[in-house]
Structures are given as C-alpha cells and as structure tokens.
Design a protein around this ligand. Structure first.
Ligand SMILES: [Ca+2]
Length: 449
C-alpha cells in the first residue's frame, strides 16, 4: 500500500452525497463473512463519510494509516494525532469514530492500521519494542491508549511493509492487547515467514488474539493465492481487491469483478470474507460504497458461519455476579472486553470480602487468569487490587482456592496456574487497594484462559 496524499481529495469529497442510513441488525450480521474497507484520508478529515459508511453494508472499517514516530508519538497520515499521551487529533474525528457502531449502522468493528509502503513505522516499533513489551509508563503505551480512548477501536491491524522484525512486532501487539485492544489483525502482501512468526508468537501467548488475516491481492500482492496463504498461516484469510482507481487502473476491479473473484476463491478455498482497497478511491471517483460492500456480501450468501474464532478468554461476556456493586459499575463490566470509558465492576465498600463470580455455563479447563486493575482504566495505581485469590467451585456454593496474590501494586495481574477444571470461578478480594481513601474493589477486566 502506498502512502496517499489526502488533502487534494477534500474539495471533491465535500460535494459527495450523504446516503440515507440503512439499518442492519448487529445480531443478524454477526454470523456473516467479514466485509471490510480500508480508508485513508476521507474518514479522517471528512465528516460526510460517517453516514456513507454506516449505511454501506460493510461490517468492518479499517482506518489507514497510523504512523509511529521514534519518540512514540502518533500521526494519522500526515496529521498529529496523539502526543505525550494526549489525543491531539480533530475532536470531530474522535466523536465520529465513537459513533460508527451506534444506531443504524452496518459497521460492527473498527480497526486502526499501522504502517504503509515507504514509511518507517516498523523501524520505530523495533526501536521502541525490541527490549520487551512497553509498560504503561512509556510514551508509546500512553499514546496508543489515548488513541484507543479516542476511537473505541477494537483491533490493531498490521500493514508491515518495512523492517520485518517479528520480535518487536509481537511486543508491540502485546502492549496493545494489554491496554484493551481486543484483537490483532494482519495484512500481508509478502514475506510469509515474518507473518507466520508474528501469528504463532501471539497465538502462543494468547490463543485467538490474531483473529483475522487480510491478504493483499492487488498491487505488490496481485499474484497472491489465498489458498496458499491459508495453508501457510493456518487460518482462513480475507482477500482484498482494489476498487476502480486512477492510480493503478490495471489493478482496479468493478463491483461485478470483485464479486466474481471472491465467489471463485470462496468456492475453491473457503475464505473468511473480503476487503476493498481503498475508500479514498471510491469517494474520489464517484463510485458507490454500498455496491462494493454488496459485492463482498453477495459472494458469501446469507448466514455464512462466522469466520471469527472463539476468543481465548473463557469469561468474555459470560454471566457475572458480585456480592456488591455501585450503580452503573456492574459485575458485567468486568467481563465486557474493554477497559475504556470506566468499564469496571466497583464494590460499594471494603468491609469484608468483595467477590466477583463467573458462571461459565459448563466446566472448562483453565490454566491462566488475568485481572486488569484500576490503573488499566486510567485511575491511580494506588487503587490497584492489593490482596486477592482465584477460587473454583463445581456448584457455585463451596469454594476452593486455586491461586493467591498479596501486596500487589501492578495494574495487570497475569498468572499461570496448574490446569484445573471448573464451571464456577470467583475473584475473591480481601484487600481492595493500597490507598487508605475511597476504598473499593475496581476491576476493569477479569479473564480466564
Ligand atoms: Ca470492562
């Protein structure tokens, strides 16, 4: 993917028609194939794109491209977007992103894509992440968290086209997951060995965390065979095609051609969806966003089983209860997959034990547990849970300790235990924090693997 210049598009884009919103029920769309679109300049700078994309039929929007400076500050294309831990981008863009998945919309998932051809973003990542996973004190961590809070992005998408260094890439991805991004997705066009190393490294760390591979099948990736890549990387891919364009018209595909190609690939290989490169060209050339979305969606027909693997976190969105909670800060918020926007379970007091109980519905093998404390949500680390235990039960009444933590001050607890089986699991807190004031348990996420 080549870097595009966004400013020349703005005048044309301002004249574009805003389509009426067409609602798509999120539950219905949950079982369909991935239909994604990459967007460069327009969805950053032009507010008229909001309704066009929400009514398009695409279920995934990927903003491209995020650039990382050597000091850990961030730019979106050529615009400064996060500096020294503060979102410094356009306020309107943040509010637009936070509304993409609300109301009548086909968009269910938002991703931010890092890197581009001819840039040095992954050289910056190598410089900043080679020594280990950056912690919450690093400028890169603070900026990526500010971006998460400003956008509500679900995933970080890797468009590595320089400095193919899997170790630092993996560390960068772990940092992003630690702060609350739900998934890592890959967007290769070449270098299978690098992508396999990144995927395998992350999967070994947290199964299910790499849940999508977008395969570039245009430009430098024009010769890519989805079946070959699927075999090499071990999961279905989502091939991408370039819409009609003036930059490299010989790679351009009409909606009819997109549908024909994806249908053939799906028939041959069982691919997981399709994506369109690039929204800028759709807008710039007066094409129909909805026609391209339909071309993908029609390639898979109704009710194609979801290509998304079951996430590794066993308690994500499972039934949670607690012995106490503050209004609005419910037990469910400890298992909703996000640490942003104050999404925590908070107890009413520190008197006696405070506990959070999960019913997994059936017995599961469990060998790892993670607790994301107050610090992950941006609160003072003095509120991080101090003394607590992991407990198991077969009936939800009688409990056995599995693991115990005392004198904790870290914002994230990530512990491996001897594998055990349980249907009911409890986080049992005996000292909710270090600070002597405002004493309460504050759990932004509780995860089991
Ligand atoms: Ca939460």
């Amino acid at each position: 993917m080549k870097k595009v210049f966004i400013f020349s598009l703005a005048i044309i884009l301002c004249m574009a028609t805003i389509n009426a919103a067409i609602g798509v029920n999120a539950e219905e769309k949950a079982d369909t194939a991935v239909s994604a679109i990459y967007s460069g300049g327009p969805s950053y700078l032009v507010s008229s794109t909001l309704n066009d994309l929400k009514s398009s039929g695409f279920n995934t929007l990927i903003q491209w491209s995020l650039h990382i400076d050597t000091n850990g500050n961030l730019r979106m294309n050529d615009e400064e977007i996060c500096t020294n831990g503060v979102y410094t981008g356009l306020p309107a863009w943040s509010s637009q992103w936070l509304s993409y998945k609300s109301g009548n919309t086909s968009i269910q998932r938002l991703e931010i894509s890092v890197g581009a051809g001819g840039t040095t973003d992954f050289a910056s990542i190598k410089a900043l992440c080679s020594a280990g996973v950056p912690d919450s004190n690093s400028n890169l961590y603070k900026n990526m968290l500010a971006l998460k809070n400003a956008t509500g992005a679900d995933a970080i998408n890797l468009d590595t086209e320089d400095t193919y260094d899997s170790v630092s890439t993996i560390n960068f991805c772990k940092m992003c997951i630690n702060m609350g991004y739900s998934y890592i997705t890959l967007c290769p066009y070449t270098n299978t060995a690098y992508w396999k190393a990144v995927k395998d490294g992350l999967e070994a760390w947290r199964p299910g965390v790499v849940d999508r591979i977008y395969l570039q099948c245009y430009d430098g990736g024009a010769g890519n065979n989805p079946g070959t890549w699927q075999n090499n990387l071990g999961m279905p891919v989502i091939p991408g095609l370039w819409c009609t364009n003036t930059a490299k018209p010989y790679y351009g595909r009409t909606p009819v051609q997109v549908q024909s190609q994806l249908t053939a690939w799906n028939s041959s290989y069982g691919i997981a969806g399709g994506f369109i490169w690039l929204y800028d060209d759709i807008r710039n050339n007066g094409l129909s966003t909805a026609d391209y979305a339909a071309a993908i969606n029609n390639s898979f027909g109704p009710a194609t089983p979801t290509p998304t693997p079951i996430p590794g976190n066993l308690v994500l969105n499972k039934t949670a209860t607690a012995n106490q909670y503050v209004t609005g800060e419910t037990p469910a918020k400890a298992v909703d997959g996000t640490v942003t926007n104050n999404s925590k379970w908070c107890s009413t007091t520190d008197v006696g034990a405070q506990w959070l109980m999960l019913d997994l519905g059936q017995s599961f093998n469990i060998s790892r547990w993670i607790v994301k404390h107050a610090g992950t949500g941006g609160e003072t680390t003095d509120y991080n849970t101090r003394d607590f235990r992991l407990q198991k039960s077969s009936d939800g009444n009688s409990w056995t300790d599995v693991d115990s933590v005392t004198n904790n001050t870290a914002s994230i607890t990530d512990r491996t235990v001897a594998p055990f089986q349980a249907r009911y699991v409890r986080l049992f807190i005996t000292n909710p924090q270090t600070a002597s004031y405002n004493r309460a348990a504050r759990i932004y996420e509780f995860e089991l693997y």
